[in-house]
Ligand binder design. Structure first.
Ligand code: HEM
Length: 492
C-alpha cells in the first residue's frame, strides 16, 4: 500500500509510469488545483488562440488541465499519427455519457475493437466511391430543388439559442470529460442554424442512408432530428420542459421511426444505401444497433458539410479571382453537356479540379473540427514523455493545418497550394486512422454538385457580417453568413 501511495505521489508529479519506468510528463502547466487552466481557455474566447499560445510556449506536445481533466495536447503530424493511427488501440474515443445516450450508445463513434471494425466496414462500403457514384443524379436533383427554393430570398437564419450550459455551470459540475467537452464546445452561445446549407446537407444524408423510397417518413424524421439537436448541447437534466428532456423524447420517436422503416425494408428488395448495408443478413445487426448508427450518421454528416459550404461561399466571396476560376471551370463542364443540359455524372465531378482545390483549401483554413478527443487506456510513452492512463489526449488538427512548416503563409487562402499533394499526415480535415471520416467522398461529392449549379446559374451576395469565428460546435463565420441567391438572367 505504501509503495502504491509513493508511486501515486510520484505519478502526480509525472515521474513514474505504471510499469515503474521513470518518465517525465510533457512540458506545460496544470494551473490552479481543480480549475486548472480553464480561465485561460475562456479568456481567450476562441480555443484555437489558447492552443496556439501554448504550442508557441511549450512546443508540439504539452500538458494542461481543464475543468477537472488533465490533458495532453499534440500538434505535430507525427504525434497525431501516433495517437490516431499507429497506436490507436491505446487511445479510446471519449464522449460525455449524456451525448452517448442521446445519439445512441451503440453508434460507431463510441466503439473500439471488433464491433467498431464491423460497423466501419458496413459504413465504408455504403459511402465508397463505387457505391455513391450512382447517386450523382439524385444528389443533383436535391441541389436543383434547393437552389430553386432559395431563389431571390434571404435564405439564412441563424437563430441564437440561449447558452444553456456556460463556463460556470461546467466548473460547478463534475470533474468529467463532459465538463471538458462543454468547455471546449459550448463556450460560445450555441447556435441553431436552420438554413439552406443544413437543409441541403440533411437531405443528401437522408438520401444516402435511406435511398429515395422512404420519403413518407422523412418529414417527421427531420422534425424529430431537429428537436434532438436542440437538446444536444443543453445541460443533461432530464426533467419535463427541459431541452434535454424534449431531445430524449425525440430520440425515442426517432428510434421508433427507424424501426418502422427497417421492418418495411426487410419485407422487400433492398437498395444500395447505408440501410441496405446494415440490413445485410450476414451482418446480424440488431434494430437498436442500426437505429443508433443511422442517427449517428445524420449527426456526423449534416453540420460538418454545412459548415464547410458556409466557409466556401465566404472565401469565394472574399477572393474574386478564385471565384472566377471556379465559374470558368464549371461553365466549361456545363457547356460540354450541350444545350439539352444532360445530368451531371461522376466523371464530370472528377474534372472539377479547381473546385476540389477550393474545397481542400477551405477545409484547411477553416479547420471546422479544430481537434478531436481521445483518452489514454493505459500509461503510454511518447518520445520519452509519459501520457498517464485516463488523461485526455487532443490532436490539434487546426494547429497542424496552420503550421508554416507545412503550409507557407498559412493564414492565406490559396487553393493553388493543393496543386501539389500535402506532406503525409499534415492535412487531416477528415481525421486520420481508425475513426477517420468514412463519409469524406460523399461530402466532397455533394459540395461539388452544389457548386456546379451555384457557380453556373446563380449570383449570390452576402450581407455584411463581422469578421470572426464562432463555435456551435463547428467553426462558423460569426453571426452566420446571411445570403441572397439570384438566378443569372437568361437562364432557366
Ligand atoms: C465536410 C464534411 C465532413 C467533415 C469535415 C467530417 C470530418 C470528420 C472527422 C474529422 C471525423 C473523425 C473524428 C475523430 O477522429 O474523432 C469524422 C468521423 C465520422 N464521419 Fe465525418 N465529416 C464530414 C462529413 C461526413 C459525412 C457526409 C458523413 C456520412 C454520410 C460522415 C460520417 C462520419 C462518421 C460515421 C464518422 C465516425 C467514424 C468512426 O468513428 O469510425 N461525415 N468526420
Amino acid at each position: 500500500c505504501a509503495i502504491r501511495s509513493r508511486r501515486g505521489a510520484a505519478r502526480r508529479q509525472g515521474a513514474v509510469s505504471q510499469s515503474g519506468k521513470t518518465l517525465a510528463l510533457p512540458p506545460g502547466s496544470m494551473g490552479w488545483p481543480y480549475v486548472g487552466e480553464t480561465f485561460q481557455l475562456y479568456s481567450s474566447k476562441n480555443p484555437n488562440v489558447f492552443f496556439a499560445r501554448k504550442q508557441n510556449r511549450y512546443g508540439p506536445i504539452f500538458k494542461t488541465h481543464i475543468l477537472g481533466c488533465p490533458c495532453v495536447m499534440v500538434s505535430s503530424p507525427e504525434a497525431a499519427r501516433f495517437v490516431l493511427v499507429t497506436q490507436a488501440h491505446l487511445f479510446k474515443p471519449t464522449f460525455p455519457a449524456s451525448k452517448e445516450r442521446m445519439l445512441g450508445p451503440q453508434a460507431i463513434f463510441f466503439q473500439q475493437g471488433d464491433y467498431h471494425a464491423h460497423l466501419r466496414r458496413l459504413v465504408s462500403r455504403a459511402f465508397s466511391p463505387e457505391a455513391i457514384r450512382a447517386s450523382v443524379p439524385a444528389i443533383e436533383a436535391i441541389a436543383l430543388r434547393s437552389l430553386d427554393s432559395w431563389d431571390g430570398q434571404l435564405v439564412n437564419t441563424f437563430q441564437e439559442m440561449k447558452t444553456v450550459s456556460d463556463a460556470s455551470d461546467g466548473l460547478l459540475s463534475s470533474a468529467s470529460s463532459s465538463a471538458l467537452f462543454s468547455a471546449l464546445f459550448q463556450s460560445q452561445p450555441t447556435v441553431l442554424i436552420i438554413d439552406w446549407r443544413l437543409q441541403y446537407a440533411l437531405n443528401v444524408a437522408l438520401l444516402s442512408i435511406f435511398g429515395e423510397e422512404e420519403m413518407q417518413y422523412i418529414e417527421e424524421l427531420k422534425q424529430c432530428y431537429l428537436t434532438l439537436e436542440k437538446g444536444y448541447n443543453s445541460m443533461p437534466v432530464n426533467l419535463p420542459g427541459t431541452l434535454f428532456h424534449k431531445a430524449m423524447k425525440a430520440r425515442k420517436r426517432l428510434g421508433a421511426i427507424v424501426a418502422h422503416i427497417i421492418s418495411a425494408r426487410r419485407e422487400r428488395q433492398r437498395g444500395s444505401d447505408l440501410l441496405a448495408s446494415f440490413l445485410d443478413d450476414s451482418e446480424a445487426l440488431t434494430d437498436a444497433q442500426i437505429a443508433d448508427n443511422v442517427i449517428g450518421v445524420i449527426f456526423a454528416a449534416r453540420d460538418t458539410t454545412a459548415s464547410v459550404l458556409t466557409w466556401m461561399v465566404k472565401f469565394l466571396g472574399d477572393h474574386p479571382s478564385v471565384l472566377k476560376a471556379v465559374i470558368d471551370e464549371q461553365q466549361e463542364i456545363a457547356m460540354s453537356k450541350g444545350s439539352s443540359g444532360e445530368p451531371l455524372t461522376w466523371a464530370d465531378t472528377r474534372r472539377m479540379r479547381m473546385t476540389s482545390r477550393v474545397i481542400q483549401e477551405t477545409m484547411r483554413v477553416a479547420s471546422i473540427l479544430s481537434f478531436t478527443f481521445r483518452e489514454a487506456v493505459e500509461d503510454v510513452e511518447y518520445q520519452g514523455y509519459l501520457i498517464p492512463k485516463g488523461w485526455k489526449v487532443l490532436p490539434l488538427f487546426r494547429n497542424i493545418h496552420h503550421s508554416p512548416d507545412h503550409f507557407p503563409c498559412p493564414e492565406k487562402f490559396d487553393p493553388s497550394r493543393f496543386e501539389v499533394a500535402p506532406k503525409p499526415n499534415t492535412f487531416m480535415p477528415f481525421g486520420n486512422g481508425t475513426h477517420s471520416c468514412p463519409g469524406n467522398e460523399l461530402a466532397k461529392l455533394e459540395m461539388l454538385v452544389l457548386f456546379h449549379h451555384l457557380a453556373t446559374k446563380y449570383r449570390w451576395s452576402t450581407s455584411k457580417s463581422e469578421s470572426g469565428v464562432q463555435f456551435g460546435p463547428f467553426a462558423l463565420p460569426i453571426n452566420g453568413l446571411p445570403m441572397t441567391f439570384t438566378r443569372k438572367q437568361g437562364l432557366n
